[in-house]
Design a protein around this ligand. Sequence first.
Ligand code: CA
Length: 225
Amino acid sequence: MKTMEIRMTLMAAATCATLSVAGFANGNLITNGGFEADADGTTVSGNFVDSTTFTNWRAFAVGDQMATFTVNAASAFSGLVGMQIERTAIGGGDSALDIDPFRVSAVGGEILEVSFASKKASNEDTQIAITVAMFNSEGGHLGDLGTIFAPGTDAWGTFSDNYTLAADTVDVNVGFRVVSATGAPAIGAYQIDDVSVTKIPEPASLLLLLAGGTSLAVCRWRRCA
Ligand SMILES: [Ca+2]
């Protein structure tokens, strides 16, 4: 086999491995992250738990809390619509937009990246929090990971963070909450769109993929495939 031919085969294998890694990292694990499955004007409001109004999303406000969730054109970062989440009363309860009961399957030790676009939609001194709640095979709550972000009112921003899942995790819930700078429940509103949850390949997985690509190249070179 000519040297040039071997080089081309190796390059093709490397490209394959790179594409595999990119595909693995880019697959969104949640459905309807851009809210496009729901019509402009779809809304739910008050004190409730609701997982049927929005496709693959749950909205709730329980205890003393009140909230309004609306899919509309004004909240679109991309596509036709986005989601406005607004907490209108706080108390001892809780309120969020999350993906329970449409949790993402995962494995302890995996790294999830959560990303979204957001714009602040009220004048209150608030921020918006992501919560990644981890559960084991018996449904037990293993704990929460999270980040507080501060989108502005003037322009959309895109935000993301990575979360390393606790041992024994089998699935996770991902939620958004309007909070104070310290993470406490707060009254205020945000628009969100393009929510994405992806798995970040660990270094070991990357090495395995690259090793797989190299073996393939060697195999082709030796005509053993
Ligand atoms: Ca959208």
